[in-house]
Design a protein around this ligand. Sequence first.
Ligand code: DGL
Length: 262
Amino acid sequence: MKKSSILHPPSSISKTPTKVGVFDSGAGGLTVVKSLLEHNLFEEIIYYGDTARVPYGPKDPVTITRYALEALEFFRNFDIDLMITACNSVSAHALPDLRANADFDIYGVIEPGILALKNADLPKSSRILILGTKATIGSGRYQKGIRELGFDSIEAIAPSLFVPIVEEGLFDGAVLRSTLAHYFNTIEQPDAIILGCTHFPLIANAIRDYFPNHPLLIHSGEAIAEHLEDNGCKPRKNGTTNLKIFASENPEGLKKIAEKWL
Ligand code: DGL
């Protein structure tokens, strides 16, 4: 069984991966797929969104872990080399159980996000704002890892309304603006923001522009793609990626979202 603490994820990938399984609670993990496609790391991506049971963010850790283990069973049909849990809520709670039950490497997005902040080399006095679902923020995993880096000005909030707003495609406009103000009006200007939820990269510009100092944003998709490269996953020089999309409900709807977002 491979068990890792926050800043010590599996150190290197045991086999050059060509086929990767990406798991998310629904459509949001497509933001991670977008980064993986841009980095051209894999020949084939099998995406599975648990659209029948999204959102995972308000659910308890036992339920999230049970759903994640069911997704692991789904991926056993595809002979994948590597699995990525694009969902922060799953990454926060289910990784030890997933890793204990899989015979391929499994990466979450939280360790890579923390390492991306480390690599940004900000002064330790920097103010860090973590945004995530209730499940992610409640796990304290980002907070713990970021404190271990030496930052102590950390604020963590769960702006739950961002998820349905993104699902509605409200990437700008009055509803988004007033929701940003609702969650951020008591927050001191951060120097960096962890976008600790699959959906938040889609409103990244609005989040950054809310604060006059335009804080640095850490994006899970970019963080995991860079982390995989650092751990032996080489970008391919040419060739496109074969992306196959599956869902526990309405796969056609998910494919339509993929056409729009990717
Ligand atoms: N994918 C989830 C995450 O990144 C957000 C949506 C949900 O609550 O399921 O935590």
